[in-house]
Ligand binder design. Sequence first.
Ligand code: ATP
Ligand code: MG
Length: 423
Amino acid sequence: MQPVGRLDPQPWMTAPETGAVVAALTAEGAEVRFVGGCVRDAVLGRPVKDIDIATHDPPERVIALLQRAGITVVPTGIKHGTVTAVVGDKHFEITTLRRDVETYGRHATVEFTDDWIADAARRDLTINALFCAPDGRLFDPCGGLADLRAGRVRFVGNAETRIREDVLRLLRFFRFYAWYGKPPPDEEALAAARALAPLLPTLSGERVCGETLRLLAAPDPAPVVALMRDLGVLAHFLPEGTNLARLAAMVTVEGIAPRRLVPAADPIRRLAALIDGGAEAARAVAERLRLSNAQRDRIVSLASGPWPAVELDGPARRRLLYRLGADRFRDAVLYAWANELSGEPTMDRRRTEAWLDLLAAAETRLPDFPIKGRDALELGLRPGPEIGRLMQEVEAWWIDGDFRADRDACLAHLAELAGSVAR
Ligand code: ATP
Ligand code: MG
């Protein structure tokens, strides 16, 4: 295979960690190439997250070479020829060149091969089948470079065949289209996606979740999600995802909010914006997609409220902020704002200012409740549930007073309440 060009030295290529892994893998003359996302993103000048490396050597040999160089090896997917090398905080996925021999849905029986072209042919999309040698030489067996530059996201080979081999590729197509594509989308891929979407429920929740969240993290996923709805794809894996207008509005308000308050697109918040059906639907989505408990709590909380309103006065804002905490308060403001905007044809400037002002309330530093259960014991109260009830009562009084009462005032109030109980 002839190189089609050369990639300028990239920081991730020249990093000492990468150098150590490449030196270990090539110590006995093996050929290795960077492949997949790192090459694709480097070509575009986008930041590179994780590094995938392809090699001729079988996994046992890869492990031996890495161990000999003192590099930590995790056998992440030995059956599929993948091991992970860990150097410092960097992870490298090293995969032995392979070619599908037979495929049964997502389980490919792989036969190790030294054929780079065959390896490229079993990758999903042409833009993901770019290789780069450690010296920078670029290899493009599937025409991925031209596709990448044109924003053409298409399968390596026949779309329907490739999706039947692994249905996850149907979702991956839309994910990569959202990140790298320019309209119009590939017709063959759309037709295959429409026809094969009924197979989506055969995928595990974890795999669907991974792709869904990566799709929603794209700069603007809303048009692609709308396309998936129009094709009937969305209904097969996220039937609750019907609020396209609120998703689009969420992307808009995230863009208006100051970076300090909303540093990045947040796929979980966007997922919450997309789904209709209240807390029950949010719970069903969380369960099906196997979300973590923290992720589930976030979408359920956004779906159930309370949602801050711009009309709230200062003390009411602070009360809600205290109750929700800064992160949930900020999420809830964005959700409520997106919800309002999704029903409005235009955005009023003064209204935008009002929402931004409410959002900024998330930065208010509220004092910690100045007394503890210990203080009640020191007042001579007997340990037991009564103390908890009294403390809650004092805290509610302190919150109602807009957090102004200091420690002494809270202690005095506690003593007063305790006295009336004792009496
Ligand atoms: P990123 O890591 O930025 O999300 P990536 O392209 O590196 O993007 P990975 O999921 O890390 O994506 O996969 C690495 C490479 O493995 C891909 O570029 C692609 O070549 C191949 N690949 C991953 N999943 C599949 C799949 N389901 N079918 C075919 N090839 C795949
Ligand atoms: Mg990757």
